[in-house]
Write a protein that binds this ligand. Structure first.
Ligand SMILES: Cc1cc2nc3c(=O)[nH]c(=O)nc-3n(C[C@H](O)[C@H](O)[C@H](O)COP(=O)(O)O)c2cc1C
Length: 731
């Protein structure tokens, strides 16, 4: 499968460096605790303390001072000769000169982690690898940034809402956007420190000029009266070295954050001042930013960077494996020049391939000559009578990566004769440009003389297999073939499979519909809107029913289909019969706890989950039900539950559209159109709309809702969808 150069680079870099990144992240997480644990010691000091005050207090307490140093934790270390003549180094209180404690010894865990982190215990080779991987991390951050921008539909939409398609993808993008800057900082400083270790940075040694002076010419003043010491704050100093001897040529040597000073030990005059070159300042900052020494806050950020890097490795590979699994295209039995049917696939993340392959297999089983390939491989097809295009939409209504040259190819490569075409668009209703690329391809082919549209663009939301099945049936009827597409086998978790006892089954009503009430043999936690997965036998596809929770029981509304194995079997069950089935949580179709008002829209058996939701509405949320049924007799199946709910204020209003009761057909979408103002106000007030029933009804209702939101609120419906104010479970 084609993948973009950016995704390819991102993936290759991740593959090459993943093991090292895991090691560096785990050790980095450990090392982030070192500054935190050090900061727990209370060796800090008052920020206003001057060097003069420190020198004065130390001179009083000790015989001789050798150095005063401020370490990476901002603790003051003094090296002194004590009054007893012993040399000692310890933390001090710079205001009093008092010893606060002995130097902190690095815990063995930190020493181990630092060696592994810096050089993998491989000395120079290890250091080189670590530096290289840090560089790869910069490149990965860059390619990741481009991928996010492409995904979001441009750099200006970089921080726009990310649509949650699946856990790994969503958090890879969301975390990637925010943590990218600290990652680049960590990686860049890592590279810089490596370059420094390998002496690959420009030479930056500072040399001071020593003036020729004689002691006799100088006034001797007490050290603590030196102007430079009085004006220098200790916080600005990194190290102060006392003169080695009393010779005038020996100076006080002071390392500040940005420069070095030489100070005459008798007069206190600065005799040399040299600023650090940029390379050295960057080194200091790199060390600070890479290690977090001295700040708890930055150490926490570094810790989070390490955790996120581990998550990126996991989620990145999980996404790649999923994509690879999806893009298993079948091996062609026929060539492009001997096939009558050509299937062309446009897919970014691989899922559309699954459907195209199922269709290909079904056609081959029927003895058809079919050729399948990517849209970008479009060419001249000698025998083609029909081209079937399965394509998703990516970015902002754009082509997926393996279809981005299709428009150009179609207009430049001629065919021998006119070819029929049909397009199946894969997309998501959460995006404003729903299946836009499928429409674009349709426009291109419609305006091309060499093609003839055989059916309207058929759109599939969220890779729904049921909707795909509808298209397959339509295509089969038009083409007079009996096609059987195999539903991808769904593994039901046998651990969650339960026995249910039939408590009630109504007779079939005028619509061949019945209600089935099942009691779980063991206590089962579920909600109305969850799905009951059932398969009549192991060789059959799984069938899902949206459930109502009535007390502890599952209530289903089922339409018996003439050839439906599952519905036929269930329609024959008797009270006390046992059925094995699995409840699958479907949290996207639960009533949101926070919502105050909900509009429920259903047709036919889609009413089932709503019956449970309304029945458990004890807090009397404002619920309005819009229902589409065929006749008044159809309503009888649900009338008791609905009337009870109305009487007990669990349901505020109920409006039913009967399609068969009058000459002019009225559908549930017509009720929505009539109530446009009410629906607009409901959405504006953050109310939720839930839709359950057939795909045809769903599309019609969404069309009405789209008109209402754009005409009355000037807002795209997709904004409410992305905001989880529109919830759907249609089949
Ligand atoms: C970044 C991104 C952008 C998308 N943009 C659109 C869009 O504009 N319109 C649409 O209908 N679907 C959009 N989708 C949804 C995909 O088209 C849908 O999930 C499709 O089934 C993916 O099929 P594929 O895996 O074969 O690419 C987008 C998905 C992603 C991840």
């Amino acid at each position: 499968m084609t993948i973009s150069i950016w995704r390819f680079s991102h993936l290759i870099l991740a593959l090459v460096s993943s093991v090292f990144i895991i090691l560096a992240s785990v050790t980095g997480m450990i090392l982030a605790f070192e500054p935190i644990s050090n900061q727990m010691q209370s060796y800090g000091f008052n920020e206003d303390t001057t060097v003069a005050a420190t020198v004065k207090s130390l001179s009083k307490r000790y015989d001789e001072i050798i150095t005063v140093e401020i370490d990476e934790n901002d603790f003051v270390i003094a090296s002194v000769i004590t009054n007893e003549g012993k040399s000692d180094t310890f933390y001090i209180n710079p205001e009093t000169g008092e010893k606060l404690g002995s130097l902190i010894e690095k815990a063995p865990i930190f020493s181990f982690a630092i060696n592994l982190h810096r050089s993998l215990f491989l000395k120079s080779t290890g250091r080189f690898i670590v530096g290289l991987v840090s560089f790869f991390l910069i490149l990965m951050a860059f390619s990741g940034m481009i991928l996010i921008a492409k995904r979001q539909g441009g750099i200006r939409r970089y921080f726009s809402k990310v649509i949650n398609e699946n856990f790994e993808q969503y958090y890879h993008v969301v975390l990637g956007r925010w943590i990218l800057i600290p990652i680049v900082i960590v990686a860049f400083t890592g590279v810089y420190l490596s370059l420094e270790k390998f002496s690959l940075l420009p030479e930056t040694k500072i040399s001071h000029e020593y003036p020729e002076l004689s002691t006799l010419e100088l006034d001797k003043i007490p050290i603590s009266d030196f102007e430079v010491f009085k004006s220098l704050k200790l916080t600005d100093v990194k190290r102060l070295e006392f003169p080695f001897s009393e010779d005038v040529e020996d100076y006080f040597f002071i390392k500040l954050k940005d420069k070095e000073l030489l100070v005459n030990q008798y007069s206190g005059v600065i005799v040399s001042e040299q600023k650090y070159p940029l390379v050295q300042l960057v080194s200091q900052w790199s060390l600070f930013l890479h290690t977090g020494q001295g700040t708890i806050l930055w150490s926490i950020v570094l810790f989070l960077v390490c955790v996120t890097l581990l998550f990126f490795i996991y989620s990145g590979f999980a996404m790649t494996l999923k994509r690879r699994k999806n893009t298993n295209i079948p091996k062609n039995k026929f060539t492009q020049d001997t096939s009558e049917i050509i299937i062309l696939v446009g897919s970014e993340t691989g899922s559309t391939f699954r459907f195209a392959s199922l269709f290909y297999e079904a056609l081959i089983t029927q003895g058809k000559s079919v050729f399948i390939s990517e849209m970008n491989s479009y060419t001249n097809y000698q025998q083609a009578k029909q081209i079937l295009i399965f394509t998703s939409t990516y970015g902002e209504g754009d082509a997926p990566i393996n279809a981005n040259r299709f428009k150009h190819l179609v207009t430049t490569i001629p065919q021998n004769k006119t070819i029929d075409y049909a397009i199946v668009g894969y997309g998501s209703l959460l995006y404003p440009d729903y299946c836009k690329f499928a429409e674009t391809v349709d426009d291109v082919l419609k305006s091309h003389q060499g093609f003839q549209q055989s059916s309207e663009v058929f759109k599939i939301n969220n890779q729904s297999f049921e909707t795909f099945q509808i298209w397959v049936n339509q295509w089969s009827t038009i083409n007079n073939v009996q096609l059987q597409v195999k539903q991808p086998s769904v593994k039901l978790n046998s651990k969650n499979t339960r026995e249910f006892k039939v408590v009630k089954r109504t007779d079939l009503n005028c619509d061949q519909t019945f209600i089935l009430q099942l009691k779980p043999n063991k206590k089962e936690t579920f909600h109305s809107g969850d799905l009951l997965a059932f398969r009549p036998d192991d060789n059959q596809a799984v069938r899902y029913y949206s459930v109502a929770k009535i007390g502890d029981d599952v209530l289903l509304s089922i339409k018996k289909h003439e050839k439906g194995l599952c519905s036929s079997y269930l329609s024959t069950l008797k009270v006390n019969d046992l059925v094995s089935a699995t409840v699958k949580p479907n949290s996207v179709f639960h009533v949101p706890k926070s919502s105050k008002a909900v509009v429920m829209i259903a047709n036919g058996t889609g009413i089932a989950p709503f019956l449970g939701m309304i029945g458990s509405n004890l807090l009397q949320k404002e619920i309005h039900l819009f229902l589409g049924l065929r006749t008044k007799t159809s309503f009888e199946l649900y009338s008791t539950l609905i009337e009870n709910a109305l009487n007990q204020s669990q349901l505020k209003t109920c409006q039913v559209a009967y399609s068969q009761e009058q000459k002019e057909k009225i559908y549930v979408q017509d009720l929505i159109a009539q109530q446009a103002d009410f629906i607009a106000t409901h959405l504006k007030n953050e109310g939720v709309i839930m839709i359950c029933g057939s795909i045809v009804m769903q599309n019609q209702v969404l069309k009405q809702l789209r008109d209402i939101t754009s005409s009355k609120l000037n807002v795209l419906l997709s904004e409410f969808e992305a905001n989880s104010q529109i919830k759907m479970d249609c089949y």
